[in-house]
Design a protein around this ligand. Structure first.
Ligand SMILES: Nc1nc2c(c(=O)[nH]1)N[C@H]1C(S)=C(S)[C@@H](COP(=O)(O)O)O[C@H]1N2
Ligand SMILES: [Mo]
Length: 250
């Protein structure tokens, strides 16, 4: 009831504001864009829920007994197998793009940085959820260490898995999600080093977004000004191929 009332109040408030945009809205294309389902969803979420609000964190007794794998369960490339055989000792996370200080971080270096631990629910568009306890380094610490440029607008995540057509999985998020306190580069699930199936040695957790945004098997992150030059330009592997929304807020 409270939600309904506040949503109504927001809609009324919105009508007043939009009246000032009459000239703009009379253009059909502008109006279609303004009121498209994706934009409405984005608008509603931004208005009703602050983007920097925390995702719910669960109690240890609520953790799912098994955290299933989805999508790639093993990259199986020669490069990945070599890294895996060596316990990922030679693996590096490259931090590049619009940064003053590009980084190449080993797992040992990531382990030495401050950690965050969180018990959260993962929601996949394919209709399953799982609650897991993640540990990793806040992405904000890494971006600050690399001295990201103030012109950067998105963070792109590069992954080790070839999706079968020579194209690697990739994803991207904006800076609100990148600097969100629960956005971490996770190296542990359930107090164990990440299994290969769940993205070893490092994967993104971006807790206010759907499952496909949580890039596994990270090889690098890039700060960019625009997504247009990357992949097919829609900001992610499934966004490019299956029309998934780039903004997958939950
Ligand atoms: N590199 C990579 N990351 C990925 C995927 C993938 O296929 N490759 N699948 C995505 C999807 S759709 C989901 S639901 C989650 C699944 O994470 P899990 O395997 O740990 O359950 O990873 C996401 N990240
Ligand atoms: Mo998913």
């Amino acid at each position: 009831m409270t939600l309904l009332l506040s949503r109504r109040a927001l809609v009324l408030g919105g009508a007043v504001t939009l009246a000032g945009c009459d000239r703009l809205a009379s253009n059909e294309r502008v109006r279609d864009t303004l009121f498209s389902a994706e934009n409405f969803h984005k608008w509603a979420q931004r208005s009703l829920m602050r983007r920097d609000a925390l995702a719910h964190e669960f109690r240890p007794d609520q953790i799912s007994p098994f955290f299933r794998a989805n999508g790639t369960a093993n990259p199986n490339t020669p490069e990945y197998k070599t890294l895996w055989r060596n316990g990922f000792a030679d693996w590096r996370l490259r931090v590049s793009g619009m940064v003053a200080r590009p980084l190449s971080l080993s797992l040992v270096q990531l382990h030495a940085m401050p950690h965050r631990e969180q018990i959260t629910r993962h929601d996949c568009v394919e209709g399953w959820s799982a609650i897991g306890k993640w540990r990793g380094v806040p992405l904000s610490l890494i971006l600050n260490a690399a001295r990201m440029s103030s012109r950067a607008r998105y963070i792109v995540f590069r992954c080790a898995d070839d999706m079968g057509n020579g194209n690697a999985y990739y994803e991207s998020i904006d800076l609100i999600d990148a600097f969100h306190p629960q956005t971490i580069l996770a190296f542990a699930l359930g107090d164990q080093p990440l299994r290969v199936a769940n993205g070893a040695p490092l994967r993104l957790r971006v807790e206010r977004q759907l499952g496909y945004k949580h890039a596994k098997y990270l090889t690098g992150i890039e700060a960019v000004e625009s997504l247009s030059g990357i992949g097919a330009g829609k900001g992610g592997y499934w966004e490019d191929r299956a029309g998934y929304d780039w903004y997958a807020g939950i």
